[in-house]
Design a protein around this ligand. Structure first.
Ligand SMILES: [Fe+2]
Length: 229
């Protein structure tokens, strides 16, 4: 979830903004699917998943699908809800790029995604960040079952609360540490998380191959579209 880059990117000067979309996924179905994938990761029955080792980070999460984030990409899981989330992600990142005056196409964005399944009594992710910092680097998460709970953010050193809403995806520029707040239900807390970085940064960070996937956006040909009307 973290890649160290040589250049220190500066903040844009624009106020921080969360970009969000509410989806209409069947969360019960998606939740069962992810719990099944979780068991498969735990049992090493998905090709490419390795055993938890000393070199793994995020053990404090208590979530093996978080700890093994490098070994898979959640957007390669076969589920309509995951497909829908991925499709919507391009749209959200396009919006974020417009806000920060970034040319989406020039970035040649790539995405890595994973999922987190946590239990109140087992562990959670404390303050952390995901590289970057700042736009054009983005990170976000989608709540499958995380309501009611708060994710705390330190936005330019000022602590803010993000009240989680199930079926909502959010995106923020990187560079703003965040932490899971506590929750009080017994069952799993489930989220899908994603990092979005320009292709040249992935190359510079020497990221492992067959992990990141392209985030595409097809420019609409407005003139030919108008001619067809
Ligand atoms: Fe995070």
């Amino acid at each position: 979830m973290e890649y160290f880059l040589s250049g220190k990117n500066k903040p844009s000067g624009k106020p921080h903004k969360f970009f969000e979309r509410i989806l209409d996924n069947d969360l019960q179905d998606l939740s069962l699917f992810l719990q099944d994938q979780y068991s498969k990761i735990e049992n090493l029955s998905i090709k490419g998943i390795t055993e938890v080792s000393k070199s793994d980070y995020w053990k404090e999460s208590g979530s093996v699908s978080t700890i093994k984030w490098r070994d898979y990409n959640v957007f390669q899981f076969y589920h309509p809800g995951v497909y829908k989330l991925y499709k919507e992600l391009s749209d959200v990142i396009k919006e974020a790029c417009s806000y920060y005056d970034i040319d989406f196409d020039k970035q040649q964005y790539m995405v890595q995604g994973w999922f987190n399944i946590n239990y109140a009594e087992v562990g959670k992710l404390d303050w952390h960040d995901h590289g970057g910092p700042y736009a054009p680097y983005f990170h976000g998460f989608y709540c499958v079952k995380a309501e009611p709970s708060i994710t705390y953010y330190k936005v330019f050193e000022k602590e803010t609360e993000n009240h989680n809403i199930d079926n909502r995806m959010i995106v923020s520029e990187m560079g703003h540490p965040h932490a899971m707040g506590s929750w009080d239900w017994e069952g799993p807390r489930i989220t899908i998380a994603y990092d979005i970085m320009p292709l040249n940064s992935i190359i510079e960070a020497k990221a492992s191959p067959q992990h990141w996937i392209p985030l595409l956006w097809k420019k609409k040909k407005i003139i030919s579209f108008l001619k067809e009307l």
